[in-house]
Design a protein around this ligand. Structure first.
Ligand code: WTA
Length: 645
């Protein structure tokens, strides 16, 4: 039984609401590829598409006869059509440094970079480049300059370790690496050189381009070039023609965690992705000409790709980028940024909201937030309590607040309230309905639809523009991961409930993927890092609920013979994860056990580990583990309880 507020309807004064029936009726008329083809006509293509959807399922292709260029859509178009001197980006460093770039300034910088990429590095359409950059204004410039040439880029989150970076360089076959000397975090300088050196030892590249955010901290070697030197001799008024690419040309690869094996390189096209971003900016965010759009995510994740860089830039909005965390130097800093730039659309994670709501209200009340118009959250389920705080304290009951569901694979928002299209009454914590052109269902393990209120798997039942094209270099894995569980439907890996009104409530991952503070991590990745420690024989990681971060990893570790459990060893194991994977993946606790509970086929019984750790009863064992007998599960549970006392 669940206590979700299925029947709590919230309306916002000053906004027009429609009843669910009206939404669903209008929505039912959008479920054709031709509907999307019509939406696609809004974009400035070099060659307008006349074909909507083709391909050999599940390898779908959108708008195949269209040609376009993302750099043109985000820059040239605005420079030509009256937005030349409009602010494209407000950037604020944690140390108070501010940079304001207009569309024209970006246009020039991007052209110069593109020129250097083409003429100094010889980059051409289809080549791959890895980007390992923190949140600085050059990051969007680099992405757009590469897109201008049809070069495929892969952004690696700057908080990732050397190993993670090396894996991604190797897997994508990147010829070059673009990075920065570092950034500020909680008042400290975080340097990137050590990670870059280690990574490029494992995965060599032809050259490294380094933007100096901190200045004077990078030890330049042969093969390195600074951002300034790279374009110093390229004239300010350089123009590089944006290469018209086919709609299905890969714009970028973004790696994300899966249940097994190495992270998957999610491949996104250009045309479908552009159309989805244009559509969601309008329907979900209700974007208007004068909006100041702040998506407080990192560009290293899909959210930042779509809603800091490509989406807002395509629509010619003013985007905001802030370098720091929400609670340093104090928990009012984000609200001061809203006030400073007059942010109108704000988009963040439930983790950030839960963190900020723990502090006294004076931090949020101190600032003028009256410019805010639309609020959304993303990345994890938002609990009703956090939703109410966001709605009342931040939005002052004036702004619709939604929880937009989507994933790296979908490219953009799929399920959300749509204040820019038709707005149905809000419910605290729900995701709402699929956006126009998208259809979702909640299904039982046998593929039949779950009843209202019943938990099941979330699937998307139709292809959509912006969907992933494949997994980089691994078509088989693409089919297996997403299309085999429920043939013909896209399997999301999430549990969800559809309520009686048809609203969808995503509950969390159904597979062995965790969502730590909105960062997607595979339990397998963390386990692989832990077993790198010489004392560890086996490890199992589970996600347990956390009041702020939503979920955090806990590791169960079996030691090799000759090693004794100790506090020192726990710390070493945590350090190993920090080193090999990332600080965000470090287990909250390390628990030593003599053996791991497994099914006959060797699958770790994670739900059982979680139950014991949380001191919960075993519950209904019949559905607990597919492949072990009820007796075996009970025995394993008792054994584990005994061990943990
Ligand atoms: C989760 C982030 C509930 C979900 C854009 C999904 C959500 C995973 C929501 C994808 C939401 C994302 N409510 N859960 N509004 N948004 N998720 O690839 O489990 O980093 O599968 O993409 O985040 O994470 P990813």
């Amino acid at each position: 039984m669940t206590a979700l507020p299925f029947k709590e309807y919230v309306k916002v004064e000053g906004w027009e609401f429609v009843e669910p029936e009206e939404y669903l009726k209008a929505h039912s008329e959008t479920l054709t590829p031709e509907f999307w083809l019509e939406v696609a006509q809004d974009l400035d293509w070099f060659v307008k598409p006349t074909r909507a959807l083709e391909g050999d399922p599940p390898f779908y292709k959108w708008f195949t006869d269209g040609k376009l260029n993302m750099s043109y859509l985000t820059l040239d178009r605005h420079v030509k059509k009256g937005r030349k001197n409009k602010v494209a980006l407000y950037w604020l460093g944690e140390d108070g440094t501010e940079r304001v770039l207009t569309y024209y300034e970006y246009y020039r910088l991007v052209n110069r970079l593109a020129y250097a990429f083409q003429n100094k590095w010889g980059l051409k359409k289809g080549d791959r480049v890895a980007i390992y950059m923190p949140m600085i204004p050059e990051l969007p410039a680099v992405m757009l300059a590469l897109a201008r040439l049809g070069v495929i880029f892969s952004v690696v989150f700057s908080g990732f370790s050397a190993n993670a970076l090396a894996d991604r360089i190797k897997d994508s076959g990147a010829r070059y690496l673009i990075t920065a000397d570092g950034y500020y975090r909680r008042g400290k300088k975080i340097l990137l050189e050590e990670n870059v050196r280690k990574a490029t030892e494992m995965a060599p590249v032809e050259s490294i381009l380094v933007f100096e955010r901190l200045k004077g901290v990078w030890n330049f070697r042969e093969g390195d070039v600074s951002g300034e030197d790279f374009i110093r001799d390229v004239p300010l008024n350089t123009y590089v023609e944006p290469i018209p690419v086919e709609s299905e040309h890969t714009l970028f690869i973004l790696y994300t965690s899966g249940t097994t094996g190495k992270p998957k390189g999610i491949v996104h096209d250009t045309g479908g992705y552009a159309v989805l971003l244009h559509a969601t900016l309008n329907w979900v965010f209700d974007a208007r000409e004068d909006d100041v759009f702040w998506c407080a995510a990192d560009v290293g994740w899909i959210t930042g790709h779509s809603y800091i860089v490509f989406g807002p830039f395509m629509e010619g909005l003013t985007s905001v980028m802030y370098e720091g965390v929400p609670n340093w130097p104090d928990p009012g800093i984000w609200w001061s940024v809203v006030e400073r730039y007059g942010v109108t659309i704000f988009y963040t994670s439930p983790t950030a909201i839960r963190l900020l709501m723990r502090y006294p209200d004076e931090y949020v009340e101190k600032y003028d937030l009256s410019t805010l118009r639309v609020l959304h959250s993303v990345g994890e389920p938002i609990n009703p309590e956090a939703w109410w705080w966001y709605f009342e304290k931040v939005g002052k009951r004036r702004c619709p607040v939604g929880s937009t569901w989507w994933m790296t694979e979908t490219g953009g928002v799929m399920i959300s309230h749509t204040p820019g299209w038709k707005l149905v009454p809000l419910k605290p914590g729900t995701n709402g309905y699929p956006i126009p052109g998208v259809k979702a269902a909640v299904v039982k393990p046998d593929g039949s639809e779950a009843s209202p209120g019943e938990r099941g798997y979330l699937v998307l039942t139709r292809p959509w523009p912006g969907m992933l094209m494949t997994v980089w270099g691994d078509d088989e894995r693409y089919i297996k991961t997403y299309w085999e569980k429920f043939p013909g439907r896209f399997y999301t890996g999430d549990y969800a409930i559809m309520d009686e009104d048809g609203y969808i409530w995503v509950l969390g991952r159904a597979d062995e993927v965790m969502n730590v503070a909105g960062h997607r991590l595979g339990t397998y990745e963390i386990e692989s890092a832990i077993v790198e420690h010489e004392a560890v024989s086996e490890a199992a990681v589970v996600g347990v609920p956390d009041e702020v971060k939503g979920e955090v990893p806990v590791a169960f570790v079996v030691l090799k013979e000759g090693y004794e459990p100790s506090e020192g060893l726990k710390k070493e194991i945590k350090d190993t994860v920090r080193e090999i994977l990332s600080p965000i993946a470090v287990p909250k606790e390390v628990v030593f056990v003599s053996k791991l509970p497994k099914t006959r086929s060797g699958k770790i019984m994670r739900r059982l580990l979680r139950a014991v750790f949380l001191g919960k009863p075993l519950g209904d064992v019949t559905t607990l583990e597919d492949e072990a007998s009820v007796e075996e599960v009970k025995k394993a549970y008792e054994h584990l309880k005994g061990e943990l006392g």
